[in-house]
Design a protein around this ligand. Structure first.
Ligand SMILES: [Zn+2]
Length: 273
């Protein structure tokens, strides 16, 4: 599932290809995504100009002329690919958008958990999907003391707390495990047992790890590709995630995997206390 660095990589690629382009034609081949795609999507979008591409948590926001925002969430397996229109169409290409650049934007999603919604720009922040989100890890208001206000009374494991999108938006299981590895804290630690200094370290490490992952264009395990259909490379730099049984990069111990809830946590039993 794409997390913040993958979505940011896609947004940067989209911005390059889409900003200033006019939408000529929209064809919806499959409306049944997580929510039904609006029947009038083509009617609203054709002839409009794309003003830019922004990210909010794991949502892709594409403001278009006429004060509308076209919003995407990639769900489990969604891809937005910018291609030559001659490229053969694939089975799960659900939305096709012809641009005045002569190129085509395709939304591909075999599992159909993604979302494509058109909203009035002034209603965007009232959308239930966006309203409940906590700050972005790159926002100035995301600080050590902010995070500490949640950890100090919480019995939840720190890995689970970092996955809570209402506390901080955009972190999924890969990066939660990686961030905790970087600060030497076990993912299974109860949040309230962390010292304030440790929480501050975690808060500072979050944007550092995410920035590094963006530099490598994200992590590709199965479905994720960028807009040019290329793999990310951060999977080659992971410290703990999905490396159970392999040797720690910093000591001779093998990485351990434990099940917490329905998602595994990964850590080095020597480097993480
Ligand atoms: Zn180690």
């Amino acid at each position: 599932m794409p997390e913040l660095p993958e979505v940011e990589t896609i947004c940067r690629g989209l911005e390059l290809h889409l900003a200033g382009r006019r939408i000529l034609k929209v064809k919806v081949r499959e409306r049944r995504l997580r929510c039904l795609v609006d029947r009038r999507l083509a009617e609203y979008l054709e002839g409009k100009t794309i003003l830019g591409v922004e990210r909010r948590a794991k949502y892709i926001l594409i403001p278009v002329s006429g004060d509308m925002v076209w919003m995407y969430h990639l769900g489990m397996s969604g891809k937005l690919i910018h291609v030559d229109p001659q490229t053969p169409r694939q089975k799960h290409d659900h939305i096709l958008v012809s641009l005045d650049s002569g190129r085509e934007l395709r939304y591909h999603d075999p599992r159909r958990f993604g979302l494509s919604l058109l909203v009035a720009a002034n209603r965007l922040h009232d959308l239930p999907q966006l309203k409940r989100l906590g700050p972005d890890p790159f926002d100035a208001c995301f600080t050590g003391s902010y995070l500490h206000s949640f950890t100090k009374h919480s019995d939840r494991r720190i890995r689970d707390l970092l996955l809570d999108q209402q506390i901080v938006a955009g972190i999924g299981n890969i990066y939660a495990n990686e961030i905790l590895s970087c600060v030497g804290i076990r993912p299974t630690t109860r949040s309230r047992r962390l010292r304030r200094s440790q929480v501050e370290e975690i808060a500072a490490m979050i944007p550092t790890v995410l920035r590094e992952a963006i530099r490598w264009c994200g992590t590709s395990f199965s479905d994720y590709r960028d807009v040019d259909d290329k793999f990310g490379e951060f999977q080659n730099h992971l410290r703990v995630y999905d490396r159970d049984g392999e040797k720690c990069r910093f000591c001779p111990s093998p990485i351990k995997r434990v099940a917490i809830g329905n998602r595994s946590a990964f850590y080095c039993p020597t480097c993480q206390k």
